[in-house]
Ligand binder design. Structure first.
Ligand SMILES: Nc1ncnc2c1ncn2[C@@H]1O[C@H](COP(=O)(O)OP(=O)(O)OP(=O)(O)O)[C@@H](O)[C@H]1O
Length: 306
């Protein structure tokens, strides 16, 4: 799985002079992976994806797809990529099948492929309905079916669950897994939701302000998260507890009388609990708090600066 299918080499980009939309981005998505490209709004995800797809040009960009420089054979490479960037462009007055037929003709794919992709995305039964009658999730699946028509090796999906209801999100998530596991597609999916990426990605890249802050396997990200959790403690004698714990990772007192710890390990949480109990301090509540994306960014940033 290690051979990268997408590789950007010190990718920089700006729309106007003096701006730094992307700075030194070395993205590497291995073959066979579901690469979750995670970052808040405006972080530079879509810009990166557009550069990878050659929809935006950058003279000095070194982008390798399938092991070769994009600029050497852009058309040849695009034939191996299916993409969904921003809103899907569907013909609402046509049925699902007719929409596929329009794109099939322009892609020059065999007719049988329409039934195949309808089955893959679970729209065989709804193929005769007009696209305007589809739910958002169905429209998104139809758009993915179009992206699959030419049987690409690589799928690039920009925020594919955006705006969907919970059922639609689950359907798209299941479809992405299926495409990866049963159809062998490498998939790059962008998202601003850490929880969403954690549910499906095998590899993760985190981007913020145009910089790739983290890149690695999902496991590596999860290890980082568990090593660095926040904890909160509520006790009967806050002053004594603070004194006892003053050497434990910058314990701070919050307005509601809870004691908060910075990034500590789960083992340290157990140790703190033991110390309090041994000192006869009653522990009303001790909890490990999950990192949200913003916390995680701050944490990764502060580690980079060490
Ligand atoms: N065509 C454009 N011209 C000028 N600036 C742009 C253009 N497109 C994007 N930007 C700017 O580039 C930055 C990165 O935008 P980008 O769309 O890549 O972010 P993103 O991570 O995909 O976020 P979102 O999910 O909000 O689209 C933002 O500051 C955005 O305002």
């Amino acid at each position: 799985m290690d051979q990268p299918i997408i590789e950007t080499n010190h990718l920089n980009f700006s729309f106007k002079p003096g701006e730094n939309i992307l700075a030194d981005v070395n993205l590497s998505a291995p073959k066979g992976s579901i690469y979750g490209f995670l970052g808040p709004n405006g972080a530079g995800k879509t810009t990166t994806l557009r550069l990878i797809l050659g929809l935006l040009r950058e003279e000095n960009a070194h982008i390798k797809l399938f092991g070769n420089e994009l600029r050497d054979d852009r058309i040849g490479m695009l034939k191996k990529i299916g993409s969904l960037i921003e809103q899907p462009s569907l013909y609402m007055h046509l049925t699902g099948r007719e929409n596929l037929e329009v794109f099939r003709l322009s892609y020059g794919c065999p007719k049988e492929r329409i039934n195949e992709v309808l089955a893959i995305v679970g729209l065989s039964d709804a193929a005769g309905k007009k696209a305007k009658a589809y739910s958002l999730g169905m429209k998104q699946r139809l758009a993915i079916a179009i992206a699959l028509l030419h049987n690409p090796e690589l799928l690039i999906l920009d925020e594919p669950t955006n705006g969907l209801d919970p059922t639609g999100i689950i359907e798209i998530r299941d479809l992405i897994r299926k495409l990866n596991q049963q159809e062998g597609k490498t998939i790059l999916i962008s998202s601003h939701l850490l929880a969403e990426v954690e549910k499906i990605a095998t590899h993760v890249g985190i981007i913020d302000h145009g910089k790739l802050l983290f890149q690695g396997t999902l496991n590596a990200l999860q290890v980082l998260k568990t090593i660095h959790t926040c904890a909160e403690v509520k006790v009967d004698d806050t002053a004594r507890a603070l004194d006892l714990l003053k050497h434990e990772n910058a314990a701070t007192l919050e307005a509601d009388d809870t004691i908060r710890f910075g990034y500590i390990s789960e083992m340290q949480v157990a140790t703190i609990n033991e110390m309090l109990v041994r000192a006869g301090i009653r522990v009303y509540r001790i909890g490990v708090m999950k990192n949200d994306l913003e916390d995680l960014f701050l944490q990764i940033l502060s580690e980079k600066q060490l």
